[in-house]
Design a protein around this ligand. Structure first.
Ligand SMILES: Cc1cc2nc3c(=O)[nH]c(=O)nc-3n(C[C@H](O)[C@H](O)[C@H](O)COP(=O)(O)OP(=O)(O)OC[C@H]3O[C@@H](n4cnc5c(N)ncnc54)[C@H](O)[C@@H]3O)c2cc1C
Ligand code: FES
Length: 484
């Protein structure tokens, strides 16, 4: 798995080894955490940023880095689900965030390959008429217009264009914000008790604590495991493909997105709930690339995942009404670059006691039953299934596992997660997710153990790749592998 963004080296920061006092502790050094810490510091706030590993080691470095107010076919749905007032808040906050990025990049002279691009949502010849979406976008104040979009390598009915969005290199942008910041890497936060944020080697006592750990670090207050899930998507970078004039999102959420970035074309799609990999996600992406761009050469391929909330909009604000000093930003639903700027502005306003006019629609305390019920039911079903699978016997035995493959096997009355390396070596783990003790599933395509409940992932040895689990899988030793 590799990505595009190896173009900006970040400086290294020391581990936290002391007890500090600050106005705000920010936990999580991705785009949301850094932009928030940066905005607070520019307002004279003493901020400490704590990162578990290296800065930008999470999802932010895997994204396609479009800073855009157009989030798929979403304007009409926003009005239907949330009403005109809140829908306007959401869209205005996004338009404002795009402008804030542009202003910041210009003001600080940040060299981050920033280019202005058009964003399009396209629809297939037999797909939906985009006029209602255009009308909804105009009602929300977005500069939307319908166009023919005949530059794509396949026929489309029409496309809805938002002009003048931007894309950039997230690492180069991120690097420019670091000077002068109090940052500690390799400092996983173990717990937050009141105003005390504890790491292994030290702690920070802060008036406010901001949790930007992608999946919220703390389950309570707020029951975030019931309200956040993760979806995985697949991406290919291609060179030698005909150039497009921006990026194109399929109006069908199960379709393919295309993005021109310099001389590279990024093709992405195949999104599914984490843990539900159909097994051929990269094959399907590559088949699509061969069909549309037979002359192109693949230069990178990777998958990544993002958090989604029950109703599809991010949670940004107080962790819960019971803990107003604790703040959270999560559930960006694949639009976390733009929403990281919303997060920085909203949380800075909250902490400084200033009004932010678009805060209500992001409130983590909101609940819109009709927009949330389906995801709630699905989440409950996965939780029950994940528990149930712990108590049923596995269908495979160790002999069924071929080299280079893995699976859950029954072995002498025990259930094991087994991977047989291509050299024949066997690795056994307890295939139970350390997060909330649910059964893991084997992902044969990426050779990982995945949790369908909330999206934790582990490599074949059990090393953790993705939160919310905080620990690796337990390796099972002495299980009699010599007998095989
Ligand atoms: C395929 C795909 C394409 C995307 N493309 C776009 C796009 O074009 N435009 C857009 O706007 N968005 C896009 N996104 C979404 C966007 O990338 C994410 O929403 C965003 O990067 C999330 O940022 P974050 O800071 O919340 O998380 P992260 O970048 O994951 O940062 C969280 C950080 O918290 C740290 N952490 C976790 N636990 C602890 C702990 N206990 N102590 C200390 N630190 C901790 C992690 O190590 C990590 O560094 C895309 C997403 C996907 C899946
Ligand atoms: S049980 Fe929550 S991620 Fe596995």
């Amino acid at each position: 798995m590799n990505t595009l963004w190896d173009d900006g080296r970040l400086p290294a920061f020391a581990r936290l080894e002391e007890r500090l006092i600050a106005d705000v502790a920010v936990v999580g050094g991705g785009m949301a955490g850094l932009l928030t810490a940066f905005a607070l510091r520019r307002n004279g706030v003493r901020v400490v940023l704590l990162e578990e590993n290296r800065l930008m080691g999470g999802v932010s470095a895997q994204a396609t880095a479009r800073v855009s107010a157009q989030h798929g076919l979403f304007c009409k749905r926003l009005i239907d689900d949330f009403g005109l007032h809140l829908a306007r808040q959401y869209l205005t906050a996004q338009l404002h965030a795009v402008k804030q990025y542009r202003d910041l990049i210009a003001r600080l002279g940040i060299e981050c390959d920033c280019t202005v691009q058009n964003s399009y949502v396209y629809t297939a010849p037999n797909g939906p008429d985009l006029t209602p979406e255009r009308d909804a976008a105009l009602r929300l104040g977005a500069p939307a217009r319908l166009v023919a979009a005949d530059g794509l390598p396949f026929p489309v009915r029409e496309a809805l264009c938002f002009e003048n969005q931007i894309q950039f290199s997230p690492l180069k942008f991120f690097a420019a914000l670091l000077p002068g910041m109090a940052i500690y890497e390799h400092s996983p936060v173990r717990d937050v008790r009141g105003h005390l944020v504890r790491c292994d080697g030290g702690s920070v006592e802060a008036e406010h604590v901001v949790i930007t750990t992608h999946f919220p670090l703390l389950e309570h207050p707020g029951h975030y495991s019931r309200r956040v899930r993760q979806e995985q998507s697949y991406l290919l970078a291609l060179s030698g493909a005909p150039r497009l004039d921006g990026w194109y999102l399929d109006a069908d959420a199960n379709g393919w997105d295309l993005q021109q970035r310099g001389s590279t074309l990024i093709l992405s799609g195949g999104a599914h709930r984490c843990g539900e990999n159909p097994g051929d996600s990269f094959d399907r992406l590559r088949a699509q690339a061969r069909l549309w761009f037979p002359q192109a050469v693949e230069t990178a391929a990777w998958s990544t995942q993002d958090c989604h909330t029950l109703d599809g909009l991010p949670y940004i604000g107080a962790y819960s009404p019971a803990a107003p000093h604790l703040h959270v930003a999560t559930g960006f639903g694949r639009w976390g670059m733009t929403n990281s700027m919303v997060c920085a502005t909203l949380l800075t306003s909250d902490i400084l006691g200033r009004a932010y006019p678009y805060a209500d629609v992001f409130s983590p305390a909101r609940f819109f039953p009709s927009a949330s019920i389906e995801a709630m039911m699905e989440g409950a079903l996965y939780a029950v299934r994940g528990k149930g699978r712990l108590f049923t016997a596995a269908e495979l035995t160790a002999e069924d596992i071929a080299p280079g493959h893995g699976g859950i096997v029954q072995y002498h009355g025990r259930k094991l997660g087994l991977y047989r390396h291509t050299d024949g070596t066997l690795f056994a783990v307890r295939a139970v997710c350390p997060h909330r003790k649910r059964a893991l599933v084997w992902n044969d395509e990426e050779k990982t153990w995945d949790c369908p409940c909330h999206g934790s992932r582990f490599d074949w040895r059990g090393r953790r790749l993705q939160h919310p689990a905080k620990a690796a899988l337990q390796a099972v030793e002495n299980w009699g592998k010599r007998e095989l």
